[in-house]
Design a protein around this ligand. Structure first.
Ligand code: GLN
Length: 542
């Protein structure tokens, strides 16, 4: 039997519901339970794939090719459970499903309404594709009281009636703001937020209260009294120095214990949190530090590179060093005389990206890394930029470019019009839809004998997640090999270049996929581990 835990948020957004849900998932897992985590997003986009990363943050891609909310990245990093298409839904997706059914005539003449048709579709989503999980944690995006989240809140209210209170738990995450002049943590916004939930028929059982300072006993009792909650279910959630400390801290506050108590499950034995404690220890007391420059375009909102920043931190954890991230807008390098900004860094990373703006700066950064023998990691767009640089400066294709920036006879990087997915041939056209049409999800890649990447992975076949529309054109292989690039990773049919490396450089690797999506604190990704190791070696040189 799967138990459902619904996590809502109140008072303000950005309370870290995603991390809180992930940490609870990790704690339940550490108690021996099988978990799944899901996110229900109230916005009208069908998925975040078409949203600007500087507005919505990173698009997290699953193995099965869904473009999802970045919280799924947290879920996966904290629990190691690979997220699926069925773990993230939006109002847009729910409504398009309902409307498609209506057009087909599936509702047999009924008037199609939010209740029950939309709420039924939401309930179906929540309860589908579960396979013996003990717990399914569902986070509702947005803040309680938002107009657009009402159908989701109504659906979870109904589900609790349908399944029974012994199977469903409501957790509400709120904020206790500290008012300096009064010297107090204020409980009123939390009271109001719970009232808001009550007005739609939901009484939360556990409150997770984010606060800058410890909650005095009196305030805790007051919250409990006014919100109709047991005092021990008012959980203090203080700010922490590293997110990997969240499971440890929440456990100390009795969060997971109250959850298992609610479901009448044994509270003993306590979960073993040693792995998390070890990570916190490593983050707090590194033996050294390195600085990595990230030359990208979406640097105004660091959430656009969430998994990347995490994966680099994991690389640091693996090497026992602190990784300082130097975010640089690639447009800065459109002037050649600004490259000295990269002088002191121990590694340069050009991440994924879209569109022409800032690309010349990325190309210059790749050239700088190549010439100065600074470790270079090109991810997706970053690999394409490194390939264009090599083609232009060493491969005899001076006007090399990508067809993403317009038609060209020198498109060393070109639109992928056909590729194999499983047993199917996928086809794309230049004028096709933008939403959901990239090469998405996990694809296998063969690593060539004697390559550095094969040594790093320790295997000859890998599976990594993709999200791109363009590819390095294999027809330019001779010119690119002349430019010193080795095609060290290829799709199994030998058609798509997936990885490149340079033999004449200490660490120069480009990958067409997004390895950052699979890195975890308890299991750092081999490429990030190795990149940071190379940066450590570089730091010794300077
Ligand atoms: N814009 C490039 C493409 O579509 C790279 C995409 C990416 O970096 N994710 O191929």
């Amino acid at each position: 039997m799967t138990r459902f835990i619904f996590i809502t948020g109140g008072v303000v957004s950005s309370l870290g519901k995603g991390i809180a849900s992930s940490a609870l998932g990790a704690l339940l897992q550490a108690r021996g339970y099988k978990v799944r985590l899901r996110k229900l997003d109230p916005y009208l986009n069908v998925d975040p794939g078409t949203m600007s990363p500087t507005q919505h943050g990173e698009v997290y891609v699953t193995d099965d090719g869904a473009e999802t909310d970045l919280d799924l990245g947290h879920y996966e990093r904290f629990t190691g459970v690979a997220s699926r298409q069925s773990d993230n839904v939006t109002s847009g997706k729910i409504y398009s499903g309902v409307i498609a059914k209506e057009r087909r005539g599936d509702y047999l003449g009924a008037t199609v309404q939010v209740i029950p048709h939309v709420t039924d579709a939401i309930k179906e989503f929540i309860t589908a594709d579960l396979h013996g999980e003990d717990f399914c944690l569902c986070e509702i995006g947005g803040t309680v009281g938002d107009i657009e989240s009402l159908p989701f809140v109504e659906a979870i209210r109904q589900l609790r009636n349908d399944l029974g209170s012994e199977t469903c738990l409501f957790i509400h995450v709120t904020l206790l703001p500290y008012i300096k002049s009064a010297g107090e943590l204020k409980t009123k916004p939390t009271q109001h937020s719970v009232k808001e939930l009550l007005s739609v028929g939901i009484q939360p059982e556990i409150l997770l209260c984010r606060a800058e300072r410890a909650i005095p006993e009196g305030e805790r009792k007051k919250i409990a009294l006014f919100c109709n909650i047991k005092p021990e279910c008012v959980i203090e959630a203080l700010d922490v120095d590293t997110i990997y400390n969240v499971p440890v801290k929440y456990h100390e506050q009795g969060f997971d214990e109250q959850v298992v108590r609610y479901f009448n499950l044994p509270t003993e034995p306590k979960p073993n949190l040693t792995p998390w404690k070890n990570i916190v220890q490593r983050v707090r007391e590194p033996e050294g530090e390195v600085t990595i420059a990230i030359v990208g375009k979406y640097t105004s909102l660091l959430d656009s590179y969430k998994s990347l920043a995490e994966a680099l931190a994991h690389g640091g954890i693996a090497n026992n060093v602190r990784v300082n991230l130097n975010w640089i807008d690639s447009q800065v390098f459109e002037n050649a005389d600004t490259l000295h900004h990269l002088e002191g860094v121990n590694g340069i990373l050009v991440p994924g990206g879209f569109g022409e703006r800032g690309t010349e700066g990325k190309i210059r950064a790749a050239q700088f890394a190549r010439e100065k023998k600074i470790p270079y990691f090109g991810i997706c767009f970053g690999m394409q930029m490194a390939v264009i640089e090599a083609a232009r400066n060493l491969g005899g294709v001076p006007h090399a470019t990508s067809s993403e920036f317009g038609a060209s006879k020198d498109a060393v990087v070109g639109l992928m019009t056909e590729w194999i997915k499983g047993n199917q041939l996928e086809k794309r056209r230049q004028d096709g839809d933008l939403g959901g049409t990239m090469r998405l999800g996990a694809y296998p890649c063969d690593l060539s004998k004697g390559s550095k990447v094969r040594e790093i992975y320790g295997t000859d076949r890998i599976s990594e997640r993709h999200r791109h529309r363009y590819e390095v054109n294999i027809n330019y292989k001779p010119q690119l090999e002349k430019a010193g690039l080795t095609f060290c990773g290829m799709s199994p049919d030998g058609e798509l270049p997936e990885m490149i490396e340079r033999a004449d450089h200490p660490w120069f690797i480009g990958v067409q996929f997004h390895p950052e999506l699979k890195s975890k604190p308890l299991d750092p990704h081999p490429l990030f581990r190795s990149f940071i190791e190379a940066a450590v070696a570089q730091a010794r040189l300077v």
